[in-house]
Design a protein around this ligand. Structure first.
Ligand code: NBG
Length: 841
């Protein structure tokens, strides 16, 4: 690479090539320089925000050096790359992670200290990068961390939303949404104004025979919008690899909107057009596990798929290999069905633009893509109206119809007697209007389909995709159980626990190989160790109590049992079951004698999570939690025995404070509905125990850490269908204790009962789809068992340590290695200069 610089100049280039700082003094020098010059700030009124900006820029310089080298190395090696297409990347803050991965956090801490700042305060100045809703987006972020840490040549592709997920405020108990404009200072992105791709919409399809008698299909006219690349460095831990996350931003195409051409009368229209183009990447759709079929969303999807694919192909073409090698150089993973149009777009490029014959092209396509399914909920499965696609992407609709035709012909040959089969598996649903079933298209266009936890992967094979198992055989379907990065979710979020573990295991190697945690089992009887373990949990609870006080004004006792449920608000996740349980507990306390009250373990019930702005039921749940809190928290009879808290604006950086502070966390979805869950893993890894249903990854967590360390309750997924059926056609009995809770709500104890009637009647009058009543008794009894168990702190701490020791399986490193082996067929690219050992703390 170096040799591309002519000999006479090489010395000069080499001499001044950037190296980045390596010591505390150099860190200070660079930080101050950035504050003074890059930011043009006077050093004499430098606040924490400026200290953050300077520090971030100094670390960014270090990252860029490794980033450039990584990209050069990967280009030079010219081996297969993995491309992770995701509409969501819920990254959170970057500075702490950059410090850890560069390996100079200690230098920064001391350096900032001498400049008059606490590193913790500086880190907190950063705005979360919140380009995601929940588990799906955060999973993508954990995957990027593991891909870089394991030295895979990997790119993330997404959209650069100007507004991430909204900020949540609570007013009079109601959720209020505030736009999240996060780009005023973002040192972690690099605009690549030279990397642009024109993306076409609308227009019409022209089929004709050219002068040489060749059939030509061309998609003509319409509107062009330009995609501009913004690159974000993704550093790996304990390695020099820094991968790339490329986010596309939309802007009016220069060719289309040449301002010079407009006379003054058209100027305003030109500006309006410009703004319309920019709208495409303006905002993240704030729905989790819910499809809403909006035209702008489809535009986002195509815009991002087309730009990413053209970028990937441009890179592939540099190697001058034949097209048939494409799947040996490129693996594209579809994070849910959102990027399914990439399948159609690649087929279009190969057939229409590259002139490859349909079948040969289709073989390339299917070998390239893998599809990850993240849900079985019917309301979350994407379906796009045929007329909408026809209008926006006329050529793509034709290709979808052709893919479907060839697929159905194949099915008909294999199952000539099963006439219903064709209608069931058709990509096109014969509804009014007709729709395209994106999951079917994704399955047909991929070589592997995976679920995200064992139960979920079994369920997709036996329910929503069972016909496809018959058609393709079981091997096309596989499981890759989700994982989380221990760097962020243990080391960064819980530094004291990480340090304690390192002191026992002799190093921080467990952050690279999480199975090493199993050595902690040797210390479950070590008195001093247990004491420290408990002290750290307590300190984390104190930290959370401080946050709760400042965010809500509620003061909670850190000695109480902290019971946490933080995740998107959704009926299937059953926050309503939790709050009904809290009301039940409140009523029980009110009925207790003073003697009985003394025996009860004090509890703080902590809720957090956003509701989609249009999801009325979810908003009602938030309202009820807040109203119950108002009553319970001010009831003198109750005192410290029960507090109910709703923490506003749950996000990644709040999760980093909340998760290490839980004694118990709740993962209580109706069995069969939560595909995996990933916060369950984070809580256990931080020494919290869980109450949960036999759903998603809870099942595998239980298998790993032992049934005696989990509080399981509720009906099993195989019984759900019958129970639902009985609610409608049998004798639907409501749990008597739950009825008492409803009576209390109806009495107006928590304010206007009308405000909550929809929650109650979903259970009483509308079939209790989520089985709240069926599981209520078992839930409450299990909560009582938790109270009893918590009283024996020694035993509790043993369970906590044992659980952490057995969590090694749930690292996203394991997960990524499984994808690499079983789906992508790709090896890591070893980094030679790894000899330059990073201090790793
Ligand atoms: C979510 C599931 C979670 C799962 C994450 C990541 C969607 C569509 N699905 O259970 O609900 O942990 O995906 O796989 O957001």
């Amino acid at each position: 690479v170096e040799s591309s610089i002519p000999e006479p100049q090489r010395e000069a280039w080499k001499k001044y090539s950037a190296t980045g700082f390596k010591s505390k003094d150099d860190f200070q020098k660079e930080t101050v320089r950035h504050i003074e010059t890059t930011l043009a700030r006077s050093l004499f009124n430098c606040d924490e925000k400026a200290a953050y900006s300077g520090t971030a820029l100094a670390f960014r310089d270090r990252l860029i050096i490794d980033w450039n080298k990584t990209q050069q190395r990967q280009t030079f090696a010219d081996q297969k790359r993995i491309y992770y297409l995701s509409l969501e990347f819920l990254m959170g803050r970057a500075l702490d992670n950059a410090m850890l991965n560069v390996g100079l956090k200690t230098a920064a801490k001391e350096g900032l200290g001498e400049l008059g700042f606490r590193i913790e305060d500086v880190i907190q100045q950063e705005h979360d990068a919140a380009l995601g809703n929940g588990g799906l987006g955060r999973l993508a972020a954990c995957f990027l961390d593991s891909l870089a840490s394991l030295n895979y040549a990997a790119w993330g592709y997404g959209l650069r939303y100007r507004y991430g997920i909204f900020k949540q405020e609570i007013e009079n108990g109601y959720q209020v949404e505030i736009p999240d404009y996060w780009l005023d200072f973002n040192p972690w992105e690099f605009p690549r104004n030279d990397v642009t791709i024109d993306v076409q919409f609308y227009g019409w399809v022209n089929k004709y025979t050219d002068d040489e008698g060749k059939q030509i299909t061309s998609w003509q006219d319409g509107e062009i919008v330009t995609a501009v690349a913004y690159d974000v460095p993704i550093p790996g831990y304990g390695t020099a690899t820094v991968n790339n996350l490329r986010l596309w931003s939309s802007k009016a195409s220069a060719g289309e909107f040449d301002f010079a051409k407009f006379n003054s009368g058209e100027y305003e229209n030109a500006v309006a057009d410009e703004q319309r183009a920019e709208t495409i990447s303006a905002v993240l759709y704030p729905n989790d596990n819910m499809d809403r079929g909006k035209e702008l969303r489809l535009k986002q999807q195509y815009f991002w798929c087309a730009a990413s694919l053209h970028d990937i192909i441009r890179r592939f073409k540099k190697s001058k290999r034949p097209w048939k090698d494409f799947p040996e150089q490129v693996a594209i993973q579809l994070n849910d069905t959102h990027p399914t149009l990439a399948i159609v777009e690649l087929q279009r490029i190969l057939v229409d633009l590259e002139g490859i014959e349909w079948n040969a092209a289709w073989e390339i396509v299917t070998k390239t893509f893998g599809y990850t399914n993240h849900t079985v909920l019917p309301e979350a499965l994407e379906k796009w109206s045929v007329p909408l696609i026809q209008h926006l992407l006329p050529r793509h609709l034709q290709i979808i119809y052709d893919i479907n035709l060839y697929f159905l012909q194949q099915v008909e040959r294999r199952f000539p007697k099963d006439r219903d089969m064709l209608g069931r598996v058709s990509i096109i649903e014969e509804s009014q209007p007709k729709t395209v079933r994106m999951a079917y298209l994704a399955i047909i266009g991929s070589h592997k389909v995976n679920g995200v936890a064992e139960l979920h992967s079994d369920l997709i094979k036996t329910t929503i995709f069972k016909d496809f198992v018959k058609i393709y055989g079981p091997d096309k379907f596989t499981n890759v159980t989700n994982g989380i990065t221990p760097r962020r979710w243990l080391h960064q979020a819980n530094p004291r626990l990480s340090e304690l573990i390192a002191s026992k295991l002799g190093s921080y190697e467990f952050l690279k190989d999480l199975t090493l945690l199993n050595k902690l089992e040797n210390f479950v009887d070590d008195k001093d160790f247990k004491k420290e373990w408990a002290e750290i949990k307590y300190a984390n609870k104190v930290r959370l109590a401080q946050h709760i006080l400042s965010a809500t004004g509620i003061s909670v006792n850190p000695k109480a049992l902290f019971d946490v449920q933080v995740k998107r608000i959704h009926e299937y996740k059953r926050q309503q079951l939790n709050i009904f349980g809290v009301i039940h507990r409140y009523l029980a306390i009110k009925n207790m004698s003073a003697e009985e009250r003394k025996k009860l373990a004090p509890r703080v019930s902590i809720f957090g999570g956003k509701a989609a702005p249009g999801y009325w039921m979810a908003k009602t749940i938030i309202h009820l939690v807040n109203k119950v809190g108002d009553v319970v928290n001010n009831d003198k009879d109750v005192g410290d025995l029960l507090k109910v808290v709703f923490i506003p604006d749950y996000n990644v950086s709040k999760a980093e404070i909340i998760i290490p502070a839980s004694d118990i966390s709740e993962h209580i979805s109706t069995a069969g509905t939560e595909a995996s869950g990933t916060s369950n893993m984070k809580f256990v890894l931080n020494g919290g125990l869980v109450i949960g249903t036999l759903d998603g990854a809870n099942i595998e967590i239980t298998r790993e850490i032992g049934e005696q360390n989990v509080f399981l309750f509720g009906n099993l997924s195989e019984d759900v269908e019958d129970l639902r059926h009985n609610h409608f056609y049998g004798n639907h009995q409501i749990d008597p204790e739950l009825n008492k809770v409803f009576d209390e709500i109806k009495k107006g104890t928590f304010g206007d009962e009308g405000a909550f009637s929809s929650l109650v009647s979903a259970i009483l009058d509308h079939g209790d789809y989520y089985l709240v009543s069926d599981d209520f008794n078992s839930y409450c009894k299990t909560q009582d068992l938790i109270d009893e168990t918590y009283k024996n702190q020694d035993e509790w701490v043993s369970k906590s340590i044992t659980s952490v020791a057995r969590m090694g399986f749930f690292t996203s490193d394991r997960c990524i290695n499984e994808y690499a082996d079983s789906i992508w067929n790709i090896e890591p690219l070893q980094v030679k200069e790894e000899a330059e050992v990073r201090s790793r703390t």
